[in-house]
Design a protein around this ligand. Sequence first.
Ligand SMILES: [Zn+2]
Length: 165
Amino acid sequence: MGFWDFFSGLFTGVAMPHRSGTRQINKIIVHNSDSEWGNAAIIDGWHRERGWSGIGYHFVILNGFQQNRGFYAGSEDGVVEDGRPLHKAGAHVKGENDDSIGICLIGKHHFSPEQLLQSLPKLLRRLLREYNLRAEDALFGHRDFSSHKTCPNFEVRHLLPLLEE
Ligand SMILES: [Zn+2]
């Protein structure tokens, strides 16, 4: 990046590639909540109960069941909620939090088409572009870092064809 690019970046408010505040982002890691219902506020409560400073994920993608298994709201299916601010390191994969973004899909083994085929690819395309990352290099599932974990219970690489622009 040259001097004038740097300056024009300052004046137009364009973020420097790869950075969110002072944080370098190299990975986007996908999780599932391992619950059939929930939302960012509920997960925030669960994580505070563990003694954390709040929700460990940066984004939560709803499945339409926010309070319990019984009440499905189609308008909430696939909604993306904000979790921890992006400039703060998350708490979602041991040893990988400093340079990653954590996304959590509400669900155990089943995810809705709105979550998997619409909202998640759209969010990933936005983040990959924002941080100037290639999906093949930067996209991971939690289980890619931990052999005894199954999270997020689907193969994130199957999404790669949906991430080409
Ligand atoms: Zn996970």
